[in-house]
Design a protein around this ligand. Structure first.
Ligand code: BDR
Ligand code: CA
Length: 309
């Protein structure tokens, strides 16, 4: 089984990514690390514990990470994810699971070093935890199997500014550290593909476990409404679950090796991921950019996994 750490800012779609990873039976989720993003670190951690409780997976440890971006103020997304970050679902639930002692960036370092060459990091929030791990241990890049991150957009428009995707915009300095760290395999799962992975109410109706179905329906309702207002499509974009999907089956996407940088000092373009599509900078590529996705196959996988006993 592929060993993974999920680094999350739980978040409606992060939560669905956790469901996909843990129920797949194909990923050994060694830890879940939390970060400030969609909601505060405290809320992201609580949400993660609630999801693991729903899944009855007290064996997966949860570790708190950065409570703010590297140098900027935290930017939460309550409008999209609701006050609590999971659309009001599981409100009032007091999870039996709580976070373990340990700081997420240290846990990332220790876990990677304990399993050299084996760990896949799936990052679905701002990249603050991974950047902090790299600042402390730059050689980490040599011991990680791969990093798959949800963030950025190369060809399309942004979702938080005209040009920036949320995870990149929330902590562009962290993204820059990760992009230039020298990972052997860094995979960008950006809006170019995640906007094509759309969960509709028809998909949700096919979920067979009543507890999972009602959780997914309730948690995605507000998100679906906002997505429709902005994009004219009544659906919930499975941004973060697609990053997990790529960890499960890399053939779900087509990628291009590319040099990508991220803007950190612009009046209106901060957080923009700029891909050197035509290799004008003559720079060696630093990541695999997802350009196409087998959306239907991914949605089928998502439903099939969530329907597992
Ligand atoms: C990303 O931003 C967050 O709001 C989502 O959880 C996802 O990780 C999409 O841009
Ligand atoms: Ca997220």
């Amino acid at each position: 089984m592929k060993k993974v750490i999920l680094d999350v800012d739980t978040g409606i779609d992060d939560a669905l990514g956790i469901l996909l990873a843990t129920k797949s039976g194909q990923l050994d989720v060694t830890a879940i690390t939390t970060v400030c993003g969609n909601v505060s670190l405290k809320q992201a951690t609580l949400n993660t514990c609630k999801i693991l409780d729903l899944l009855d997976r007290p064996d997966i440890p949860v570790y708190r990470g950065a409570d703010a971006p590297l140098i900027r103020k935290g930017l939460h997304e309550h409008r999209i994810h609701g006050e609590d970050g999971i659309g009001g679902a599981l409100s009032g639930v007091v999870p039996a699971i709580s976070a373990s002692e340990g700081f997420a960036p240290d846990i990332i370092i220790d876990t990677v070093m304990a399993h050299p060459g084996e760990l896949t990091l799936v990052c679905t929030g701002p990249l603050t935890n991974l950047a902090l791990a790299l600042l402390k241990c730059p050689e980490l890049t040599q011991y990680v199997n791969e990093v798959i991150f949800m963030g950025g957009v190369i060809y399309g428009c942004g979702n938080i500014t005209p040009v920036a995707e949320y995870n990149m915009y929330a902590d562009p300095e962290a993204a820059r550290i990760v992009f230039h760290a020298g990972f052997g395999r860094l995979v960008q799962v950006g809006l170019d593909v995640t906007r094509k992975a759309l969960l509709t109410t028809d998909h949700i109706a096919r979920l067979t476990d009543p507890a999972i179905r009602s959780y997914v329906a309730e948690s995605t309702a507000i998100y679906t409404k906002r997505y429709e207002e902005r994009n004219g499509v009544k659906a919930c974009a499975l941004h973060d679950p697609l990053a997990v999907g790529v960890a499960l089956n890399s053939r779900l996407v087509e990628t291009s090796l590319m040099y990508v940088d991220v803007e950190t000092s612009s009046r209106i373009c901060d957080g923009q991921t700029v891909g050197d599509v035509q290799n004008r900078l003559n720079h060696s590529p630093n990541m695999n950019v997802c350009e196409q996705v087998e959306s239907e196959a991914f949605l089928e996988l998502f439903i099939q996994v969530l329907n597992k006993e």
